[in-house]
Design a protein. Structure first.
Length: 397
C-alpha cells in the first residue's frame, strides 16, 4: 500500500485545520536536505546528524517518553516536536501519534499515523501502530490489508509477526512484548491504589456526570471491589451503589470523576432489529494493564425471548460485555449486557437504563433525522465513554 493510498484514507479522517500536523507533514515531504522533490522523503534513510545534534535528539526523545509515561501530553508533544525539527524519523513520529492517542485525539493520531506508515516503509513500527489503531477503531479489513502488505516487505520482522498474531486472534491484546517504546501499542495508565490481584473483567459505561458508571452484574466479583479506567489511562476506584437484577446491571459511584465526551447524546425513540450498531469493548485479561478499546460493527439482533431487549447481534471479539453501543449517528443506544455467563449479550437500551437511573445516560438527541457519524469521531467519544472494568477477586494488597 503506497503513500498515496494512506493519504487518501487520512484525508477523510483528519482535522484539516491542524496547522502543526500539516507543518510536520510538509517538512517530511520537503526531503532530507530541503531541496529534493516531495516524493523523495519516502523510504529514504535519515540524514546523518552531527554528534551534538544526535545527542540533543536522543535527550529530547528520552524526556518526551518520560513525560508521556506521566501522561503529561502537553510536555510530551513539545519535546517530540522539537526532536522532529532536528530529524524526520519514524521513532519521533510514532511518539507523536502515541501522544495524540494519550490525549484522546484519535482522529489526529489516525491522520498522522497514516503519514508515518506511508512514508517510513522501512520501519515496521509505523505500520504496526497504524494497523493497530485502525483495527481498534473498527476498520479491520483495512488493518489486515496493511498487515499483509507490511509482512510482504519484511516477512522476518519478529515485532510485526507478533502484532499480526494479536490482530488476527480472537482476543487482540497488547501484551508486555508490545508495550515497549517507541512502538508501544497501549496508553500509559494510572496504577494508583491498584491491588495486586486486579484483572480486567470486561467493560463499563461512564454516565454524563462523570461520577457514575454502569457495569454488568455478572462481572461484579463477590468482593464487590471494582475500579474503572478509560482509554486515556485515567483510573478511579468505584463502589457499588445499586443493583438492578432485572436489567443485569450495577450502578457504580466513582471516587474520582472522569472526563466525559462532551458532544455525546442519547438515542431517542424505538430501536429496531437489523439497525446498524457500533459496540465498544475492552478485552478481558488476567492483568490490569491499560489498553485502548476495540470497536466492532454489525446489526442489532432480534428480541431476546419474551423480554423487550434485543439481542446485541454484533459479533464482539471478547464477548464479556459491559461496553457502550452507538447507533449510526454516534448516539448512545445503550450497553451490551449478559445476565448469565453462558447467555448471549443483550442490548439494554438507554430508555430502560434511564428508567431505573432516574436520569439520562447522556443528553437526549433532538428529534428528527440525524446525520451519520464519522467512525473515528465515534471512537474518540468511546475512549471516554467506554471504561475498563477492573475487578479484584481476592483480598489483600
Amino acid at each position: 500500500m503506497g503513500l498515496a493510498s494512506f493519504c487518501v484514507m487520512s484525508q477523510g479522517q483528519s482535522t484539516a485545520s491542524d496547522t502543526k500536523l500539516r507543518q510536520i507533514m510538509e517538512r517530511a515531504q520537503a526531503g532530507a536536505n530541503g531541496s529534493e522533490p516531495a516524493t523523495s522523503a519516502v523510504n529514504q534513510p535519515p540524514k546523518t546528524l552531527a554528534p551534538e545534534q544526535a545527542t540533543l535528539r536522543n535527550t529530547l526523545l528520552r524526556d518526551a517518553e518520560a513525560a508521556l509515561s506521566r501522561r503529561d501530553v502537553i510536555e510530551a508533544e513539545v519535546l517530540f516536536d522539537r526532536a522532529a525539527s532536528i530529524q524526520h524519523a519514524a521513532d519521533t513520529e510514532i511518539g507523536l501519534v502515541r501522544t495524540y492517542m494519550q490525549a484522546g485525539a484519535y482522529r489526529r493520531a489516525l491522520a498522522f499515523g497514516a503519514h508515518t506508515a506511508g512514508v517510513h516503509l522501512d520501519v515496521v513500527g509505523g505500520s504496526a501502530l497504524y494497523a493497530w489503531l485502525l483495527q481498534m477503531g473498527g476498520q479491520q479489513a483495512v488493518a489486515q490489508r496493511l498487515l499483509n502488505d507490511t509482512l510482504a516487505r519484511q516477512p522476518d520482522s519478529a515485532f510485526m509477526l507478533a502484532v499480526a498474531k494479536q490482530l488476527r486472534s480472537e482476543r487482540p491484546l497488547a501484551d508486555t512484548s508490545l508495550q515497549i517504546p517507541p512502538t508501544r501499542l497501549a496508553p500509559y495508565g494510572d496504577n494508583t491504589g491498584l491491588p495486586k490481584h486486579a484483572r480486567v473483567a470486561g467493560s463499563a459505561v461512564l454516565l454524563s456526570d462523570g461520577r457514575q458508571a454502569l457495569a454488568p452484574l455478572v462481572l461484579i466479583p463477590a468482593s464487590d471491589k471494582v475500579l474503572v479506567r478509560n482509554g486515556l489511562g485515567q483510573l478511579s476506584q468505584a463502589r457499588i451503589l445499586r443493583r438492578h437484577a432485572g436489567l443485569g446491571v450495577a450502578v457504580l459511584t466513582l471516587e474520582q470523576a472522569l472526563p466525559v465526551a462532551g458532544a455525546l447524546q442519547s438515542h431517542t425513540g424505538p430501536v429496531f432489529p437489523g439497525s446498524a450498531g457500533y459496540a465498544l469493548e475492552y478485552v478481558a485479561n488476567a492483568t490490569a494493564d491499560p489498553a485502548w478499546p476495540m470497536m466492532s460493527i454489525g446489526f442489532l439482533g432480534a428480541p431476546s425471548g419474551t423480554d423487550k431487549q434485543l439481542t446485541l447481534g454484533i459479533a464482539l471479539k471478547d464477548g464479556s460485555g459491559g461496553g457502550p453501543v452507538f447507533d449510526a449517528s454516534g448516539r448512545l443506544l445503550g450497553m451490551a449486557v449478559s445476565r448469565h455467563p453462558q447467555r448471549p449479550l443483550d442490548l439494554v437500551s438507554v430508555q430502560d437504563l434511564q428508567t431505573v437511573l432516574g436520569k439520562p445516560l447522556a443528553p437526549p438527541a433532538p428529534s428528527g433525522v440525524a446525520a451519520r457519524a464519522v467512525l473515528d469521531q465515534m471512537y474518540e467519544a468511546g475512549l471516554l465513554t467506554g471504561l475498563q472494568l477492573i475487578t479484584v477477586a481476592k483480598k489483600g494488597p
